[in-house]
Design a protein. Structure first.
Length: 473
């Protein structure tokens, strides 16, 4: 589980700028759900060794009469979902009416809030910060979101109290270590130099035996696509022990189950098992819940409603899962009772819109009647096996040589980019590291060719793979 941070403040104080900075390395992760969340934007942040989910709220204008309504409609949910609120103000403007209104609101809520005075670049930061103590929310943290100044210190401060609850928040940054082969020998390059790899990612999971671990399977999708029906169908066919996890509405329900002698933990984002316990007025669907479930899963079943056009929200969810490196199986639900022509039309539409995830298996199912549900699990197994298979340096290097033989890298300024060898960089998702000379000059098209070649040759289905290039010395 990752902690959730909400950015609130009036317009123009720099919330989007900070949001973009925090999510920079994985900006494609931004899941924008128009219609569902109004003006909130969700992203996964990976900044200075911290990982967390960040919510950017639209600005609160603070015209006095409207403030409560506006807070309610825009930022309340975000604040409610968050562990920490970063209340942003503009260091150059001093306290405004809107700032005061927001501060008063935050003081009433028992949510940990930090006042962040942005845009301290080029001004007297201390004086500017001092002004904002009057907001009555404690220390004021000066930052320049546009340049990154002060951001690390702010996160350090805001996250230290959360470390115990969220041990995953901190990504340890360790020194590179020498790469060793299957026999434990240090691998060297052509010039006899030791190859170093990043232990934070490279082979970090080498010691894990995935075959004995329960497979965490998240069922995600927009409201009403049939997630609850699917989960009930899956559980109805199996003997399960269901237990309720205490927690807030943003928590999914984790259901252990066994199927074909394999242990699973079903991550239920629809929360059906809690029936009777949840407040009826609480939205069944929560973006945070969905993002957390994806983060926590090994494999994601993305459920799409065959009777609705594929929406941007569907694509966003799938995109989020892929960027998070999760294996994915797509279930097109409500396939029952459709005419042949209608089905063909839907298939064409899916082909057109799901091109970016063409390595994921597509299943046409009816959760209501149970058709196709069993086959889903074959693809889940296949995706997980693909994501965790071990491949030796020798084999990867052989595949690289085959790929290069079949199709040489292009000449760059009269010289050919030289690709020397490949090794595994990690699993789940698979990462392949290719060493060579002038690799930064490899065109994107050739990088894609190599990625596809590895995918085909290794028979990797249902999981994104990452091919990275390193300059050898
Ligand atoms: P939002 O409406 O709160 O999301 O604010 P934006 O992120 O859109 O920023 C509003 C304006 O402030 C933009 O013109 C930004 O370029 C500017 N801005 C944001 N952060 C900084 C900063 O650290 N220093 C300065 N000087 N300008 C900033
Ligand atoms: P959730 O919000 O994603 O959990 O969706 P539900 O499982 O609550 O289903 C929403 C609606 O779609 C309900 O009325 C279900 O009966 C219906 N539904 C779910 N699966 C199917 C299906 O396979 N076929 C048909 N025709 N309706 C379905």
């Amino acid at each position: 589980m990752l902690p959730v941070v909400a950015l609130v403040g009036r317009p123009n104080v720099g919330k989007s700028t900070l949001f973009n900075r925090l999510t920079r390395t994985r900006d494609a992760l931004v899941a924008d759900f128009p219609g569902l969340t109004r003006d909130r934007k969700y992203g996964q942040a990976n900044y200075d060794g911290f990982q967390f989910i960040v919510i950017d709220t639209a600005g609160v204008h603070g015209d006095e009469e409207g403030i409560d309504a506006e807070m309610a409609s825009q930022s309340l949910r975000a604040i409610d979902e968050a562990d920490v609120v970063l209340f942003m103000v503009d260091a150059r403007d001093g306290i405004t009416v809107a700032d005061n209104a927001i501060a008063e609101y935050l003081r009433k809520m028992s949510k940990k809030s930090y006042v962040v005075a942005n845009k301290i670049d080029g001004i007297d930061a201390n004086a500017a910060q001092a002004d904002f103590f009057e907001l009555g929310l404690g220390d004021v943290y000066g930052i320049a979101a546009a340049h990154g100044r002060g951001v690390e210190q702010l996160l350090e401060k805001a996250f230290t109290p959360l470390l115990e609850t969220y041990p995953d928040i901190r990504v340890e940054l360790a020194e590179p270590v020498p790469l060793v082969d299957e026999d434990g020998n240090v691998v060297v390059d052509e010039a006899g130099e030791t190859i170093y790899v990043d232990p934070n990612q490279d082979l970090a999971h080498d010691e894990i035996d995935y075959s004995t671990l329960p497979l965490k399977l998240a069922i995600v999708g927009r409201p009403n696509v049939g997630k609850s029906t699917l989960i009930n169908r899956i559980l109805g066919e199996e003997r399960v022990v269901v237990y309720d996890m205490p927690g807030t509405t943003r928590d999914s329900v984790y259901i252990p189950m066994e199927r074909d002698e394999r242990q699973y933990i079903l991550i239920d984002t629809a929360g059906v098992r809690r029936r009777g316990k949840i407040d009826e007025t609480i939205e069944k669907f929560s973006v945070i819940k969905t993002l957390q479930a994806i983060e926590d899963a090994n494999v994601v079943i993305a459920v799409i409603d065959a009777r609705e056009v594929v929406s941007d929200q569907d694509l966003n969810l799938i995109g989020f899962a892929l960027n998070a490196g999760r294996s994915i199986v797509i279930a097109v639900n409500k396939w029952d009772g459709l005419s042949h022509d209608h089905r063909e039309e839907i298939k064409r539409e899916l082909d057109r819109r799901l091109g970016f995830v063409d390595f994921a298996r597509l299943h046409f199912i009816s959760a209501l009647h149970g058709s196709g549900v069993g086959n889903l699990f074959e693809s889940v197994q296949e995706a997980f096996a693909s994501a965790t298979q071990r491949v030796s340096t020798a084999k990867l290097t052989r595949i690289l040589e085959m790929a290069v033989d079949e199709h040489q890298p292009p000449l760059v300024s009269g010289r050919r980019v030289k690709l020397k060898y490949a090794h595994a960089g990690g699993y789940n998702p698979p990462r392949i590291i290719i060493h060579g000379n002038q690799v930064e000059r490899l065109p994107g098209s050739y990088q894609r060719y190599l990625t596809n070649y590895f995918r085909k040759t290794l028979g990797i289905m249902g999981t994104p793979i990452k091919v990275e290039f390193r300059e050898s010395v």
